[in-house]
Design a binder for this molecule. Structure first.
Ligand code: HEC
Length: 124
């Protein structure tokens, strides 16, 4: 009986390994889509620094920390402010004047900035 259990554990470990590998493949292929340029984004971020800080490490708890956040999270948030999915008057007014490329670039810029925000580094 205990032999049988051990075999099953081994099998499920392999299944976990296989799904982890599949997940990495999916996440890895996502990086092709995220095409922001952090250097161009630094220029866009000049509009944002009064609230979010020069590098996205906001000095005030009123403004979310952007430094070190995933670029695709930041981009999705900006798109949500634009569509109204996420409702904030200040951010809505700001994103209304941004192009898709500027949103991608500024997201890449903040994602590349160091700070205390902890995110797990993905393979991209
Ligand atoms: C006048 C102040 C102000 C300026 C300027 C400003 N923001 Fe914001 N930002 C805010 C506030 C306040 C929030 C939180 C709003 C909410 O509750 O959804 C926010 C939220 C965000 C978020 C969501 C963060 C998260 O973790 O969910 C992003 C991304 C963001 N801002 C990006 C930018 C970018 C890019 C710029 C420059 C183009 C910018 N902001 C300029 C005040 C500002």
């Amino acid at each position: 009986m205990s032999r049988r259990v051990r075999w099953r554990e081994g099998a499920s470990r392999n299944a976990i390994r296989a799904s982890a590998a599949a997940l990495l493949l999916v996440l890895g292929s996502g990086s092709v889509l995220a095409g922001g340029d952090p250097e161009a984004g630094a220029k866009v971020a000049e509009t944002c620094q009064a609230c979010h800080g020069p590098d996205g490490n906001s000095p005030s708890p009123l403004f979310p920390r952007l430094a070190g956040q995933y670029a695709d999270y930041l981009l999705k948030t900006l798109e949500d402010y634009r569509s109204g999915e996420r409702d904030n008057a200040v951010m809505k007014a700001l994103v209304a004047q941004m192009s898709d490329q500027e949103m991608e670039d500024v997201s890449a810029f903040y994602a590349s900035q160091p700070g205390p925000l902890f995110t797990i580094k993905l393979t991209r």
